[in-house]
Design a protein around this ligand. Structure first.
Ligand code: NAD
Ligand code: TYD
Length: 339
């Protein structure tokens, strides 16, 4: 089995590459990544010398490059993680989100159709459903919840999902989609809430909480997300969407206070800053379909997962300090310029 993982130098894709390379020694795992600011090959160090792993640098929106790659490699499975993923950046510059998240996806779909890929899996997000009110804890996103996006990021992801379903209906391409809630865990880029707060708290810097910190996110450990995708690509039914989440809702303030307590830092570090425009209030996933149809169950609660994640950041300072200093950007040159 030959599997293309796009965006495998990012947070979730990187964890997924580790998972696949270690779990399936008989598979060939090809990691295709453009190495944008969010891509970091240091994340792949634990697998880079394994015989069933290969890295290719390139852009999922570069049609010629993608078609040449598909023709040469003859992939059985494509798992598309590659994306611009940060909501705040999408508010600053929406265009690159259209290019990578929409055009990149349609390019991969065209190549998958042309070269008879057996399964195309799109890694999507619960943000395509918009948000839920804070005063209705009884409401959850199901796969039937209408798409109703708020940010340029979520709009680009919803658009990509619609194209994926169109390629199933119109061309019979064997597709699946997963829509997961907020992930956390090792190798999370320190511009997102949890790693940002851990790294800043360790440096005794102020922790910028948007608005009043009342917005709710539904946190899932990245390893549980990787297990879910593994299940879906092997056992999921084509043409289906699967929501992924573990019922771990927390307000942002609760998350930040948990981190401060674990690091023995004072709550006076919290600094309330101007809210994000269009800030989604609450995300909450109903994962019943994935649990009932495919038998998925999350392994981590937020309480166990956040403790392990904080320990990981304490034990892997080099990884995130290199990002903050910008040093990680030299890694590709150092490792690959002579290959
Ligand atoms: P990330 O930003 O950490 O990683 C994205 C990766 O894609 C980077 O390595 C980057 O270099 C690469 N990339 C960007 N543009 C590219 C292009 N044009 N061609 C090839 N590679 C390119 O993102 P992440 O948090 O790991 O998210 C991965 C996927 O999961 C995304 O599709 C995102 O929408 C989805 N998702 C994320 C979360 C979350 O909480 N982070 C939750 C649900 C779904
Ligand atoms: P983020 O990690 O950017 O994920 P998303 O916006 O995709 O959910 O943000 C998680 C939550 O934390 C979101 O409600 C915005 C909030 N937030 C802050 O309060 N301060 C910050 O510095 C960041 C990056 C996020």
């Amino acid at each position: 089995m030959k599997v293309l993982v796009t965006g495998g130098a990012g947070f979730i894709g990187g964890n997924f590459v580790h998972h696949m390379v270690n779990k399936y020694p008989d598979y060939e795992i090809v990691n295709l990544d453009l190495l944008t600011y969010a891509g970091n090959l240091e994340t792949l160090k634990p697998v880079e010398n394994k015989p069933n792993y290969k890295f290719v640098k390139g852009d999922i929106a570069d049609r010629k490059f993608i078609f040449d790659l598909f023709e040469k490699e003859k992939f059985d499975i494509v798992v598309n993680f590659a994306a611009e993923s940060h909501v705040d950046r999408s508010i600053e510059n929406p265009e690159i989100f259209v290019k990578t998240n929409v055009l990149g996806t349609t390019t991969l779909l065209d190549a998958s159709k042309e070269f008879n890929v057996k399964r195309y899996h799109q890694v999507s997000t619960d943000e395509v459903y918009g948000d839920l009110p804070l005063d209705r804890p009884d409401l959850f996103f199901t796969e039937e919840t209408p798409l109703h996006t708020s940010s340029p990021y979520s709009s680009s992801k919803a658009s990509a999902d619609l194209f994926v379903m169109a390629y199933y209906r119109t061309f019979g391409l064997p597709v699946t989609i997963s829509r997961c809630s907020n992930n956390y865990g090792p190798y999370h880029f320190p511009e997102k809430l949890i790693p940002l707060m851990i790294s800043r708290a360790l440096a005794d810097e102020s922790l910028p909480v948007y608005g009043k910190g009342e917005n709710v996110r539904d946190w899932l450990h990245v390893h549980d997300h990787c297990e879910a995708i593994d299940l879906i690509i092997h056992k999921g039914n084509v043409g289906e969407v699967y929501n992924v989440g573990g019922h771990n809702e927390r307000t942002n303030l609760e998350v930040v206070k948990t981190i401060l307590k674990a690091l023995d830092k004072p709550e006076s570090l919290i600094s309330y800053v101007t809210d994000r425009p269009g800030h989604d209030l609450r995300y909450a996933i109903d994962p019943a379909k994935l649990e009932n149809e495919l038998g998925w169950k999350p392994e981590y609660t937020f309480d166990t997962g956040i403790k392990m994640t904080i320990d990981w950041y304490l034990n892997n300072r080099d990884w995130w300090e290199n990002i903050i200093s910008g040093e990680y950007r030299d890694y590709y040159e150092k490792m690959y310029s002579n290959r």
